[in-house]
Design a protein around this ligand. Structure first.
Ligand code: FE
Length: 142
């Protein structure tokens, strides 16, 4: 990358490491609870569950481009839902057996912040539902 690049493009192979103090300083209390402590925002309360604006949803923690508005659909769950990430390597997944459930957690591949979960009850073409907290996302309009 050239030295005069002003905005460093994020990619999944760009690992973002921040101290807990940095995360606490940069994120709101709600974002910190969700992104860094694997919290969940109440359904139908976030900024994006019913958003139809065109653009790219990036990670609220590090700016990693995660989901296109083209992959967003109305799951009626109260959380923004997507059939797929922008690219498979933008997100990471982990088994999550907390709260008496077996789920698949979705994390930002760059900064390892918690984003939400992915379920097998989505529409075509993938059959997947990436159920993501609004607080973990920032929409960059087209
Ligand atoms: Fe991130």
């Amino acid at each position: 990358m050239s030295a005069n690049t002003k905005v460093k493009p994020m990619s999944a192979d760009t690992k973002v490491k921040k101290s807990d103090a940095e995360w606490r300083r940069e994120l709101s209390a709600e974002q910190y609870r969700i992104l860094r402590q694997k919290g969940t925002e109440p359904a139908f309360t976030g900024a994006y569950w019913k958003a139809k604006d065109k653009g790219t949803y990036v990670c609220a923690g590090c700016g990693n481009p995660l989901f296109s508005s083209a992959a967003k659909y109305d799951s009626r769950s109260g959380w923004p839902s997507f059939v797929q990430p922008l690219a498979a390597d933008r997100v990471a997944t982990e088994d999550d057996v907390s709260h008496g459930m077996r789920r698949t957690e979705v994390l930002c591949a760059a900064c390892e912040s918690h984003l939400g979960h992915v379920f097998n009850d989505g529409p075509e073409p993938t059959g997947l539902r990436y159920c993501i907290n609004s607080a973990a996302l920032k929409l960059k309009p087209e």
